[in-house]
Design a protein around this ligand. Structure first.
Ligand code: OSB
Ligand code: MG
Length: 372
């Protein structure tokens, strides 16, 4: 596949409601959309790096720099055979997984379009619709949280995740569990606790939660092992798993009983599939995480979640949970059984709304093969 040019779009899109986690509050989401042109076709990818280095050290700014100055020169004007070829070329760039993943997604969309094959098939997906849930940010009070959760349940979501942080944890979870005794419920701390402060979370173990996501720091895989021994509830790792190697470490250490797989965090869909396979061999259930993606990243998440090992509901909600206007012509909707259909068209199976893309683009940069 000979690559002719690559265009970067730095986007800022208003969320339907602010999204608050232990690391901050987002009202307008930023990301980088990557468009790769090759032999008359265009492949799109979404780099989920946010404005601030809260969830990850990467930001939209660092991703722009790394894609423009380091990734693009490795691939532009070149014949890229497949994702393994791509991964080999970017191997010398340390870290910056969100940046690498955004470009890989565009390459896979291109390949699917060239071969008239859906991303789902390219990845080895087996489902045409996937179980989903909703990730609810920290609300003004536990009463507001209970109301917000009720609204999502009414909309048809059958799995709820609530964000927690010190001072806003056990009480929130108890309030939701009391009002909705039967629902599938889980919590996500986004690294807000330590081995010194985790004890306050102990009552969570009595709430019949599906899992407790990333209570400790990104580089605390060993400490998560210590914590998992204190809880019956499965610990699930998100931030800590940045590669197939880290997944293996966590599983060998018994630091968790589940992994939230995000293609961005692990350097691309190809790496996400490797982690999926590793977990499947060991009967470790995985699920697909989200990062408030546009329709581009959402299509990719749906394709990934269609692999057989994704047996827990993913953080992939309907488009209207995030944006009143999206950059894809398709809008993803929730089916009555709390599933969303996996796109079946070539590549990501979506069409870009070029007018909306332009509307939300802060900066655009085209890099041609000749300039490299
Ligand atoms: O920790 O899973 C997370 C959003 C941004 C960054 C990190 C996380 C999240 C979410 C939202 O929980 C998931 C979604 O609905 O996209
Ligand atoms: Mg998380």
């Amino acid at each position: 596949m000979k690559l002719d040019s690559l265009t970067l779009h730095h986007l800022r899109m208003p969320l339907v409601a602010p999204f608050e986690t232990s690391f901050g509050r987002t009202t307008e989401r930023e990301c980088i959309i990557v468009a790769i042109q090759s032999e008359g076709l265009t492949g799109y990818g979404e780099c989920a790096a946010e404005r601030d280095p809260g969830y990850s050290y990467e930001t939209a700014g660092t991703a722009w720099h790394v894609i423009r100055d380091f990734i693009t020169p490795q691939i532009m004007g070149q014949d890229i055979r497949d994702v393994h070829d791509y991964q080999r070329r970017v191997e010398t760039i340390r870290g910056h997984h969100l940046a690498k993943a955004g470009v890989e997604m565009a390459l896979l969309d291109l390949r699917g379009k060239k071969e008239d094959c859906s991303l789902r098939s390219l990845l080895g997906g087996i489902r045409d619709h996937v179980m989903v849930g909703v990730s609810v940010g920290i609300q003004a009070s536990s009463a507001v949280l209970v109301k917000t959760v009720g609204k999502y349940l009414e909309a048809g979501y059958r799995r709820i995740k609530i964000k927690i942080k010190p001072g806003r944890d056990v009480n929130e979870a108890i309030a939701v569990r009391k009002m909705f005794p039967e629902i599938k419920l889980q919590v996500d701390a986004n690294s807000a606790y330590t081995l010194q402060t985790w004890q306050v979370l102990k009552p969570l173990d009595e709430l019949d939660l599906l899992l407790i996501e990333q209570p400790l720091n990104e580089d605390d895989i060993w400490d998560h092992r210590i914590l998992q021994r204190e809880f019956h509830t499965p610990i699930c790792l998100d931030e800590s798993i940045i590669s197939p190697r880290h997944a293996r470490y966590a599983l060998e250490m018994e630091a968790c009983k589940s992994i939230n797989i995000k293609a961005g965090r692990v350097g691309g869909l190809s790496q996400a599939v490797v982690i999926h396979d590793l977990c499947r061999e060991r009967d470790i259930p995985v699920w697909c995480g989200g990062m408030l993606e546009t329709g581009v990243g959402r299509a990719s998440n749906l394709a990934l979640a269609s692999l057989p090992g994704f047996i827990l509901p993913g953080d992939i909600s309907a488009s209207d949970r995030y944006y009143t206007e999206d950059i894809t012509l398709e809008r993803f909707t929730l089916n009555p059984d709390s599933t969303i259909d996996v796109p079946s068209g070539p590549g990501l199976g979506i069409k870009i709304d070029l007018r909306a893309l332009k509307k939300y683009t802060l900066t655009e940069l085209r890099l041609d093969a000749r300039q490299q």
